[in-house]
Design a protein around this ligand. Structure first.
Ligand SMILES: NC(=O)c1ccc[n+]([C@@H]2O[C@H](COP(=O)([O-])OP(=O)(O)OC[C@H]3O[C@@H](n4cnc5c(N)ncnc54)[C@H](OP(=O)(O)O)[C@@H]3O)[C@@H](O)[C@H]2O)c1
Length: 330
């Protein structure tokens, strides 16, 4: 089978397409014939050895996939050969076949296309957990989303809107602002791609959020964008730490005192392991939102497996709107 491998730490250009033996599922594992692999920012980080998990090399990056189970290991009772599944693993998705833990899979809902399935649970799962469990977002509150046209950002816009919040979306271009509006943002702000003036940006955020400020701030960007966003927090606001493609910010703690606000960390992968029952409830709620047409994952590009590196590069170069997928056998 074909797999796009990381054989040494480096940029997406270092990935190589190889013909390798099909992996064999061990106890508690399944093998998936992968239709689509959804690309996420952690794929940028994992191939450079900058992510929390470091799979042994050589490995195929790609943690989110849809496909059909074609082999099961001992002890697997929840799935059988032929079942269509969505999986959120740590790696392995950029290949024609991938082995993953059976408990990393969920059955694909009836009628859901394979491409939608490969772009749903990682971003929407993260944003649902962030907004509901960590942010305690309530109807009528104001939600400020940074990087609002990216994978997790656009999911946060849609979920925020579905939960009844007023969504203010901040992005780096007019075309990204249009995408955020199409997916439910009421107000959009375009910030500079670099050279952020903290005071100017804080004033922009405050004007867009209104006199009370933002009850919940969803920040998957970090860097120089973080402090102006925190300065926009309402009294008792919740600032959600999601990720740092623009760099890890240092925050003056006096801001939390002045606002009576919280800075709350979000780690979806760890949450799934620590709180499996709550995670399962979140998944059911997400699928209900999907069936009700309240969330509509945007797929902006689908590339073939040999171009999997180009797909990852689109995130690195800040070009992705919604999800980028790789067609592995589709
Ligand atoms: N905490 C968790 O559990 C969890 C789970 C999943 C993902 N994440 C993290 O969330 C972040 C976003 O992931 P994603 O998959 O949604 O990625 P993505 O689609 O590439 O979105 C990232 C957004 O960040 C903004 N950005 C600002 N500076 C950037 C830079 N130098 N390089 C790239 N993007 C930059 C871009 O929006 P603008 O151009 O509009 O600024 C971009 O749309 C990542 O840090 C990822 O690791 C965290």
């Amino acid at each position: 089978m074909k797999a796009l491998l990381s054989e040494a730490p480096g940029t997406p250009d270092t990935l190589v397409l190889r013909e390798i033996a099909e992996p064999v599922p061990g106890r508690g594992q399944v093998r998936i014939a992968v239709r689509y692999c959804g690309i996420n920012y952690p794929d940028v980080l994992v191939i450079e050895d900058k992510y929390q998990f470091k799979p042994p090399r050589p490995f195929a990056p790609g943690s989110e996939m849809s496909g059909v189970i074609d082999a099961v290991g001992d002890g697997v009772t929840a799935f059988k050969v032929g079942d269509a599944v969505i999986a959120a693993a740590t790696s392995g998705g950029l290949a024609e076949k991938a082995v993953t833990a059976a408990n990393a899979c969920v059955p694909m809902p009836e009628g859901m296309p394979f491409d939608v399935a490969a772009g749903l649970i990682f971003t929407y799962g993260t944003s649902y957990h962030a907004l509901v469990n960590r942010g305690e977002l309530r109807a009528g509150e104001t939600l400020l989303v940074l990087g609002a046209a990216g994978g997790v950002g656009l999911a946060a816009v849609e979920i925020g809107k579905a939960l009844g919040a007023r969504v203010v979306a901040a992005v780096s271009s007019e075309s990204k602002a249009a995408a955020a509006r199409e997916h439910g943002a009421e107000v959009t702000i375009v910030y500079p791609r670099e050279g952020v003036d903290s005071r100017v940006l804080a004033a922009q955020f405050k004007e867009a959020c209104g006199p009370k400020g933002a009850d919940v701030i969803y920040d998957p960007v970090g860097g120089d964008y973080a402090e102006p966003a925190l300065r926009t927090a309402a009294w008792k606001g919740r600032y959600l730490v999601i990720g740092f493609p623009a760099g890890i910010p240092k925050i003056p703690l006096n801001l939390t005192l002045l606002k009576g606000c919280d800075i709350r960390g979000v780690f979806w992968g760890a949450f799934r392991q620590q709180e499996p029952a709550q995670d399962a409830a979140n998944m059911r709620a997400l699928l209900d939102l999907y069936r009700a047409g309240k969330i509509k994952p945007k797929i902006s590009a689908i590339l073939p497996l040999p171009q999997g590196g180009e797909a990852i590069k689109k995130l690195l170069q800040r070009e992705a709107v919604g999800k980028i997928l790789v067609a592995c056998t589709a």
